[in-house]
Design a protein around this ligand. Sequence first.
Ligand SMILES: Nc1ncnc2c1ncn2[C@@H]1O[C@H](COP(=O)(O)OP(=O)(O)OP(=O)(O)O)[C@@H](O)[C@H]1O
Ligand SMILES: [Mg+2]
Length: 373
Amino acid sequence: MVKLVTPPETPDSDPFEGTIYRLVRPLAHGGMGQVFLVEHRQLGRQLVAKVLKDELAGDSLLVERFRIEAQSLGKLRHPNVVAIVGFGNTSDKRPFLVTEYLQGQTIAQALASGIMFTVRESIRYARETLSALAAAHELGIIHRDIKPENLFIQQQPDGSTQIKVLDFGVARVIPGVSPGAPQPLAIPTDTGLVFGTPHYMSPEGALGEHVDHRADIYSLGLVLYRMLARRGPFNDDLSGNGIFTAGLTQDPKPPSFFALSRIPPELDDVVLKALQRSPDDRYSSVGEFDAALANVTQFIVEDENDTGEVAIPLTARGHSSDSLLATTSPAARNAVQSHSARANVILFAVIMLATSVLVSIIVMRLGQGTGVP
Ligand SMILES: Nc1ncnc2c1ncn2[C@@H]1O[C@H](COP(=O)(O)OP(=O)(O)OP(=O)(O)O)[C@@H](O)[C@H]1O
Ligand SMILES: [Mg+2]
Protein backbone atom coordinates (compact mmCIF):
# COMPACT_ATOMS: atom_id res chain seq x y z
CA MET A 1 0.00 0.00 0.00
CA VAL A 2 1.36 3.43 -0.87
CA LYS A 3 0.95 6.00 1.88
CA LEU A 4 -0.50 9.38 1.03
CA VAL A 5 2.12 11.90 2.02
CA THR A 6 1.11 15.33 3.27
CA PRO A 7 3.60 18.03 2.27
CA PRO A 8 6.04 18.66 5.12
CA GLU A 9 5.76 22.00 6.87
CA THR A 10 8.55 24.55 7.02
CA PRO A 11 9.84 24.57 10.62
CA ASP A 12 9.32 27.71 12.74
CA SER A 13 13.03 28.02 13.32
CA ASP A 14 15.92 27.14 11.02
CA PRO A 15 17.50 23.94 12.40
CA PHE A 16 20.69 24.64 10.42
CA GLU A 17 21.35 28.09 11.88
CA GLY A 18 24.99 28.32 12.88
CA THR A 19 25.97 25.39 10.60
CA ILE A 20 27.59 25.44 7.16
CA TYR A 21 24.19 24.65 5.62
CA ARG A 22 21.32 26.98 4.75
CA LEU A 23 17.76 25.65 4.84
CA VAL A 24 16.08 25.75 1.41
CA ARG A 25 12.84 23.82 2.00
CA PRO A 26 11.48 20.66 3.63
CA LEU A 27 11.33 17.60 1.36
CA ALA A 28 9.71 14.89 3.48
CA HIS A 29 9.16 13.70 7.00
CA GLY A 30 9.46 10.08 7.96
CA GLY A 31 9.20 8.04 11.12
CA MET A 32 12.54 9.08 12.54
CA GLY A 33 13.64 12.11 10.68
CA GLN A 34 12.78 15.26 8.85
CA VAL A 35 14.36 15.59 5.42
CA PHE A 36 15.33 19.03 4.12
CA LEU A 37 16.83 20.45 0.97
CA VAL A 38 19.78 22.56 2.11
CA GLU A 39 22.56 24.53 0.46
CA HIS A 40 26.19 24.54 1.45
CA ARG A 41 26.80 28.19 2.39
CA GLN A 42 30.27 28.41 0.83
CA LEU A 43 30.01 25.96 -2.08
CA GLY A 44 26.44 26.83 -3.07
CA ARG A 45 25.72 23.17 -3.75
CA GLN A 46 22.28 21.81 -2.97
CA LEU A 47 22.26 18.78 -0.68
CA VAL A 48 19.79 16.84 1.45
CA ALA A 49 19.93 16.89 5.25
CA LYS A 50 18.08 14.38 7.40
CA VAL A 51 17.60 15.51 10.98
CA LEU A 52 16.47 13.39 13.90
CA LYS A 53 12.97 14.56 14.84
CA ASP A 54 12.72 17.11 17.64
CA GLU A 55 10.64 14.90 19.93
CA LEU A 56 13.05 11.95 19.49
CA ALA A 57 16.29 13.83 20.11
CA GLY A 58 16.31 12.90 23.81
CA ASP A 59 16.16 9.17 23.07
CA SER A 60 19.72 7.86 23.29
CA LEU A 61 18.79 4.66 21.38
CA LEU A 62 17.55 6.68 18.41
CA VAL A 63 20.63 8.90 18.53
CA GLU A 64 22.67 5.67 18.37
CA ARG A 65 20.62 4.50 15.37
CA PHE A 66 21.29 7.79 13.65
CA ARG A 67 25.01 7.26 14.21
CA ILE A 68 24.73 3.77 12.69
CA GLU A 69 22.85 5.14 9.68
CA ALA A 70 25.52 7.79 9.07
CA GLN A 71 28.41 5.36 9.56
CA SER A 72 26.78 2.68 7.38
CA LEU A 73 26.41 5.23 4.58
CA GLY A 74 29.97 6.38 5.26
CA LYS A 75 31.33 2.87 4.77
CA LEU A 76 29.15 2.03 1.80
CA ARG A 77 30.61 3.74 -1.23
CA HIS A 78 28.49 2.11 -3.90
CA PRO A 79 26.81 3.45 -7.07
CA ASN A 80 23.42 2.21 -5.82
CA VAL A 81 23.63 3.68 -2.32
CA VAL A 82 22.96 7.37 -1.69
CA ALA A 83 26.29 9.12 -1.02
CA ILE A 84 26.79 10.76 2.37
CA VAL A 85 28.81 13.98 2.38
CA GLY A 86 28.51 15.29 5.93
CA PHE A 87 27.34 14.86 9.51
CA GLY A 88 26.68 17.43 12.20
CA ASN A 89 24.51 18.64 15.05
CA THR A 90 21.89 21.35 14.90
CA SER A 91 22.04 24.26 17.33
CA ASP A 92 19.51 22.39 19.50
CA LYS A 93 21.85 19.36 19.54
CA ARG A 94 19.98 17.11 17.11
CA PRO A 95 22.21 14.97 14.90
CA PHE A 96 21.83 15.35 11.14
CA LEU A 97 23.41 13.66 8.15
CA VAL A 98 23.89 15.22 4.75
CA THR A 99 23.70 13.36 1.43
CA GLU A 100 23.78 14.15 -2.27
CA TYR A 101 20.52 15.62 -3.62
CA LEU A 102 18.93 13.04 -5.90
CA GLN A 103 16.79 14.02 -8.89
CA GLY A 104 13.92 11.69 -9.65
CA GLN A 105 11.42 9.89 -7.46
CA THR A 106 11.10 6.88 -5.19
CA ILE A 107 9.55 3.63 -6.45
CA ALA A 108 6.63 4.44 -4.11
CA GLN A 109 6.07 7.82 -5.78
CA ALA A 110 6.38 6.26 -9.24
CA LEU A 111 3.78 3.59 -8.40
CA ALA A 112 1.45 6.17 -6.86
CA SER A 113 1.64 8.30 -10.01
CA GLY A 114 0.48 5.31 -12.08
CA ILE A 115 3.79 4.46 -13.75
CA MET A 116 3.81 0.89 -15.08
CA PHE A 117 7.20 -0.70 -14.72
CA THR A 118 8.07 -3.11 -17.50
CA VAL A 119 9.21 -6.59 -16.50
CA ARG A 120 12.72 -5.75 -17.64
CA GLU A 121 12.79 -2.49 -15.63
CA SER A 122 11.45 -4.20 -12.52
CA ILE A 123 14.20 -6.79 -12.74
CA ARG A 124 16.88 -4.15 -13.35
CA TYR A 125 15.79 -2.09 -10.33
CA ALA A 126 15.68 -5.22 -8.17
CA ARG A 127 19.15 -6.25 -9.32
CA GLU A 128 20.59 -2.79 -8.64
CA THR A 129 19.13 -2.95 -5.14
CA LEU A 130 20.67 -6.41 -4.71
CA SER A 131 24.04 -5.01 -5.74
CA ALA A 132 23.76 -2.35 -3.01
CA LEU A 133 22.62 -4.96 -0.49
CA ALA A 134 25.53 -7.24 -1.41
CA ALA A 135 27.95 -4.46 -0.44
CA ALA A 136 26.04 -3.85 2.82
CA HIS A 137 25.81 -7.54 3.75
CA GLU A 138 29.52 -7.97 3.13
CA LEU A 139 30.09 -5.41 5.87
CA GLY A 140 27.61 -7.16 8.15
CA ILE A 141 25.00 -4.41 7.67
CA ILE A 142 21.37 -5.54 7.24
CA HIS A 143 19.12 -2.78 5.96
CA ARG A 144 15.86 -4.11 7.52
CA ASP A 145 13.64 -1.49 5.86
CA ILE A 146 13.72 -2.24 2.13
CA LYS A 147 10.47 -0.79 0.75
CA PRO A 148 9.41 1.34 -2.26
CA GLU A 149 9.75 4.59 -0.22
CA ASN A 150 13.42 3.82 0.45
CA LEU A 151 14.39 2.97 -3.14
CA PHE A 152 15.02 6.12 -5.14
CA ILE A 153 15.01 6.03 -8.97
CA GLN A 154 17.65 8.59 -9.74
CA GLN A 155 17.31 10.38 -13.06
CA GLN A 156 20.74 10.84 -14.63
CA PRO A 157 21.62 13.83 -16.85
CA ASP A 158 21.78 11.50 -19.89
CA GLY A 159 18.17 10.37 -19.27
CA SER A 160 19.06 6.96 -17.85
CA THR A 161 17.93 5.90 -14.38
CA GLN A 162 19.48 3.99 -11.51
CA ILE A 163 18.44 2.91 -8.05
CA LYS A 164 19.84 4.57 -4.96
CA VAL A 165 19.08 2.82 -1.69
CA LEU A 166 18.13 5.29 1.06
CA ASP A 167 17.48 5.13 4.75
CA PHE A 168 19.68 2.86 6.82
CA GLY A 169 17.77 4.25 9.82
CA VAL A 170 16.93 0.83 11.31
CA ALA A 171 19.96 -1.01 9.94
CA ARG A 172 21.44 -3.73 12.12
CA VAL A 173 25.15 -4.29 12.30
CA ILE A 174 26.23 -7.88 12.91
CA PRO A 175 29.32 -7.79 15.09
CA GLY A 176 32.49 -9.45 13.83
CA VAL A 177 31.55 -9.76 10.15
CA SER A 178 33.86 -7.02 8.92
CA PRO A 179 36.43 -4.83 10.67
CA GLY A 180 35.26 -2.00 8.36
CA ALA A 181 31.68 -2.09 9.67
CA PRO A 182 30.23 0.56 11.99
CA GLN A 183 30.24 -0.30 15.68
CA PRO A 184 27.02 -2.21 16.48
CA LEU A 185 24.39 -0.59 18.69
CA ALA A 186 25.85 0.38 22.06
CA ILE A 187 22.45 -0.46 23.61
CA PRO A 188 21.44 -3.93 22.41
CA THR A 189 17.66 -3.94 22.50
CA ASP A 190 16.74 -5.57 19.23
CA THR A 191 15.39 -8.95 20.36
CA GLY A 192 11.62 -8.94 20.74
CA LEU A 193 11.27 -5.60 18.98
CA VAL A 194 9.79 -5.13 15.55
CA PHE A 195 11.67 -2.96 13.04
CA GLY A 196 10.68 -1.93 9.56
CA THR A 197 7.39 -1.33 7.80
CA PRO A 198 4.56 -3.88 8.18
CA HIS A 199 3.81 -4.29 4.46
CA TYR A 200 7.42 -5.14 3.60
CA MET A 201 8.49 -6.94 6.75
CA SER A 202 9.75 -10.51 6.77
CA PRO A 203 7.76 -13.04 8.85
CA GLU A 204 10.69 -13.43 11.27
CA GLY A 205 10.92 -9.64 11.58
CA ALA A 206 7.18 -9.42 12.26
CA LEU A 207 7.54 -11.99 15.03
CA GLY A 208 10.35 -9.98 16.62
CA GLU A 209 12.72 -12.89 16.07
CA HIS A 210 16.38 -12.66 15.15
CA VAL A 211 16.74 -11.41 11.58
CA ASP A 212 19.67 -11.80 9.23
CA HIS A 213 20.41 -10.75 5.62
CA ARG A 214 17.60 -13.02 4.36
CA ALA A 215 15.05 -10.55 5.77
CA ASP A 216 16.27 -8.04 3.15
CA ILE A 217 15.79 -10.74 0.49
CA TYR A 218 12.16 -11.19 1.57
CA SER A 219 11.45 -7.43 1.61
CA LEU A 220 12.99 -6.94 -1.83
CA GLY A 221 10.90 -9.89 -3.06
CA LEU A 222 7.82 -7.92 -1.96
CA VAL A 223 9.02 -4.74 -3.71
CA LEU A 224 9.66 -6.70 -6.92
CA TYR A 225 6.21 -8.29 -6.57
CA ARG A 226 4.62 -4.84 -6.35
CA MET A 227 6.53 -3.50 -9.37
CA LEU A 228 5.38 -6.50 -11.43
CA ALA A 229 1.81 -6.87 -10.16
CA ARG A 230 1.05 -3.29 -8.99
CA ARG A 231 -0.17 -4.75 -5.69
CA GLY A 232 1.15 -6.87 -2.88
CA PRO A 233 0.54 -10.63 -2.58
CA PHE A 234 -1.84 -10.15 0.33
CA ASN A 235 -4.83 -7.88 0.76
CA ASP A 236 -3.42 -4.34 0.53
CA ASP A 237 -6.21 -3.00 2.72
CA LEU A 238 -4.90 -4.94 5.69
CA SER A 239 -2.60 -3.13 8.06
CA GLY A 240 -0.70 -3.81 11.27
CA ASN A 241 -1.52 -7.24 12.70
CA GLY A 242 -3.72 -8.11 9.72
CA ILE A 243 -0.86 -7.90 7.25
CA PHE A 244 1.48 -9.70 9.69
CA THR A 245 -1.02 -12.56 10.02
CA ALA A 246 -1.51 -12.77 6.25
CA GLY A 247 2.27 -13.00 5.74
CA LEU A 248 2.53 -15.68 8.40
CA THR A 249 -0.40 -17.82 7.31
CA GLN A 250 -1.12 -17.34 3.60
CA ASP A 251 0.82 -18.62 0.62
CA PRO A 252 1.26 -15.79 -1.88
CA LYS A 253 -0.12 -16.22 -5.38
CA PRO A 254 2.51 -15.74 -8.10
CA PRO A 255 2.80 -12.14 -9.38
CA SER A 256 1.56 -13.25 -12.84
CA PHE A 257 -1.83 -13.94 -11.21
CA PHE A 258 -2.40 -10.18 -10.85
CA ALA A 259 -0.02 -8.68 -13.42
CA LEU A 260 -1.23 -7.09 -16.66
CA SER A 261 1.98 -7.76 -18.53
CA ARG A 262 3.26 -11.27 -19.16
CA ILE A 263 5.47 -12.61 -16.42
CA PRO A 264 7.65 -15.58 -17.38
CA PRO A 265 6.87 -18.59 -15.15
CA GLU A 266 10.58 -18.62 -14.28
CA LEU A 267 10.22 -15.11 -12.81
CA ASP A 268 7.16 -16.17 -10.78
CA ASP A 269 9.31 -18.93 -9.29
CA VAL A 270 12.14 -16.53 -8.40
CA VAL A 271 9.79 -14.09 -6.64
CA LEU A 272 8.02 -16.87 -4.73
CA LYS A 273 11.35 -18.29 -3.59
CA ALA A 274 12.38 -14.89 -2.19
CA LEU A 275 9.02 -14.81 -0.36
CA GLN A 276 9.33 -18.17 1.39
CA ARG A 277 8.15 -17.92 4.97
CA SER A 278 11.17 -19.71 6.37
CA PRO A 279 14.50 -17.92 5.71
CA ASP A 280 16.08 -21.35 5.07
CA ASP A 281 13.81 -21.83 2.03
CA ARG A 282 14.73 -18.45 0.46
CA TYR A 283 17.87 -17.64 -1.51
CA SER A 284 20.72 -17.99 0.89
CA SER A 285 22.42 -14.80 -0.32
CA VAL A 286 21.64 -11.71 -2.38
CA GLY A 287 24.17 -13.03 -4.91
CA GLU A 288 22.08 -16.15 -5.41
CA PHE A 289 18.90 -14.07 -5.79
CA ASP A 290 20.68 -11.86 -8.33
CA ALA A 291 21.93 -14.85 -10.36
CA ALA A 292 18.38 -16.21 -10.53
CA LEU A 293 17.06 -12.85 -11.79
CA ALA A 294 19.89 -12.61 -14.34
CA ASN A 295 18.91 -16.04 -15.63
CA VAL A 296 15.24 -15.02 -16.02
CA THR A 297 16.01 -12.13 -18.40
CA GLN A 298 16.57 -14.59 -21.28
CA PHE A 299 12.85 -15.45 -21.18
CA ILE A 300 11.71 -11.85 -21.71
CA VAL A 301 11.29 -10.39 -25.17
CA GLU A 302 9.98 -6.97 -26.12
CA ASP A 303 6.59 -6.86 -27.82
CA GLU A 304 5.66 -3.53 -29.38
CA ASN A 305 1.95 -4.44 -29.33
CA ASP A 306 1.92 -5.04 -25.60
CA THR A 307 1.85 -2.60 -22.71
CA GLY A 308 4.46 -4.55 -20.88
CA GLU A 309 6.74 -7.25 -22.09
CA VAL A 310 6.19 -10.74 -23.29
CA ALA A 311 7.82 -13.89 -22.12
CA ILE A 312 8.18 -16.24 -25.03
CA PRO A 313 10.00 -19.45 -24.21
CA LEU A 314 12.75 -19.96 -26.76
CA THR A 315 11.95 -22.60 -29.41
CA ALA A 316 15.38 -24.06 -28.59
CA ARG A 317 13.84 -25.09 -25.28
CA GLY A 318 11.59 -27.48 -27.20
CA HIS A 319 8.22 -25.74 -26.84
CA SER A 320 5.62 -26.53 -29.49
CA SER A 321 3.61 -23.68 -30.98
CA ASP A 322 0.72 -24.76 -28.72
CA SER A 323 2.76 -24.24 -25.60
CA LEU A 324 3.98 -20.97 -27.11
CA LEU A 325 0.38 -19.85 -27.40
CA ALA A 326 -0.35 -21.03 -23.91
CA THR A 327 2.43 -18.98 -22.33
CA THR A 328 2.49 -15.73 -24.29
CA SER A 329 0.56 -12.51 -23.93
CA PRO A 330 -2.73 -11.83 -25.77
CA ALA A 331 -0.81 -9.56 -28.14
CA ALA A 332 1.74 -12.24 -28.89
CA ARG A 333 -0.99 -14.84 -29.26
CA ASN A 334 -2.76 -12.58 -31.77
CA ALA A 335 0.48 -12.08 -33.65
CA VAL A 336 1.11 -15.83 -33.85
CA GLN A 337 -2.53 -16.57 -34.77
CA SER A 338 -2.75 -13.89 -37.49
CA HIS A 339 0.53 -15.14 -38.93
CA SER A 340 -0.91 -18.65 -39.34
CA ALA A 341 -4.16 -17.24 -40.74
CA ARG A 342 -2.20 -15.37 -43.43
CA ALA A 343 -0.29 -18.54 -44.29
CA ASN A 344 -3.60 -20.43 -44.71
CA VAL A 345 -5.02 -17.76 -47.08
CA ILE A 346 -1.91 -17.87 -49.27
CA LEU A 347 -2.02 -21.69 -49.42
CA PHE A 348 -5.72 -21.59 -50.36
CA ALA A 349 -5.05 -19.02 -53.15
CA VAL A 350 -2.22 -21.15 -54.59
CA ILE A 351 -4.42 -24.27 -54.62
CA MET A 352 -7.28 -22.34 -56.28
CA LEU A 353 -4.91 -20.96 -58.95
CA ALA A 354 -3.39 -24.36 -59.67
CA THR A 355 -6.90 -25.91 -59.91
CA SER A 356 -8.16 -23.28 -62.36
CA VAL A 357 -5.02 -23.66 -64.57
CA LEU A 358 -5.53 -27.43 -64.59
CA VAL A 359 -9.24 -27.11 -65.45
CA SER A 360 -8.43 -24.68 -68.34
CA ILE A 361 -5.85 -27.12 -69.79
CA ILE A 362 -8.33 -30.03 -69.62
CA VAL A 363 -11.09 -27.95 -71.29
CA MET A 364 -8.68 -26.89 -74.08
CA ARG A 365 -7.56 -30.51 -74.70
CA LEU A 366 -11.16 -31.70 -74.79
CA GLY A 367 -12.00 -28.94 -77.29
CA GLN A 368 -9.10 -29.99 -79.56
CA GLY A 369 -10.14 -33.67 -79.36
CA THR A 370 -13.74 -33.05 -80.53
CA GLY A 371 -12.47 -31.01 -83.55
CA VAL A 372 -14.75 -28.14 -82.74
CA PRO A 373 -13.42 -25.08 -84.67
N1 LIG B 1 19.12 12.29 -1.02
C1 LIG B 1 17.83 12.49 -1.29
N2 LIG B 1 17.45 13.16 -2.41
C2 LIG B 1 16.13 13.37 -2.67
N3 LIG B 1 15.12 12.97 -1.87
C3 LIG B 1 15.43 12.31 -0.73
C4 LIG B 1 16.80 12.03 -0.38
N4 LIG B 1 16.80 11.39 0.81
C5 LIG B 1 15.52 11.24 1.17
N5 LIG B 1 14.68 11.79 0.26
C6 LIG B 1 13.21 11.82 0.33
O1 LIG B 1 12.83 11.82 1.70
C7 LIG B 1 12.06 10.65 2.02
C8 LIG B 1 12.38 10.18 3.43
O2 LIG B 1 13.78 9.87 3.54
P1 LIG B 1 14.28 8.73 4.52
O3 LIG B 1 13.61 7.46 4.18
O4 LIG B 1 15.77 8.72 4.53
O5 LIG B 1 13.73 9.32 5.90
P2 LIG B 1 13.06 8.59 7.16
O6 LIG B 1 12.71 9.67 8.08
O7 LIG B 1 13.98 7.56 7.66
O8 LIG B 1 11.78 7.92 6.55
P3 LIG B 1 10.90 6.71 7.15
O9 LIG B 1 11.20 6.60 8.60
O10 LIG B 1 9.48 7.11 6.85
O11 LIG B 1 11.33 5.52 6.37
C9 LIG B 1 12.41 9.64 0.92
O12 LIG B 1 11.36 8.69 0.72
C10 LIG B 1 12.62 10.54 -0.29
O13 LIG B 1 11.37 10.88 -0.86
MG1 LIG C 1 12.49 6.04 4.76
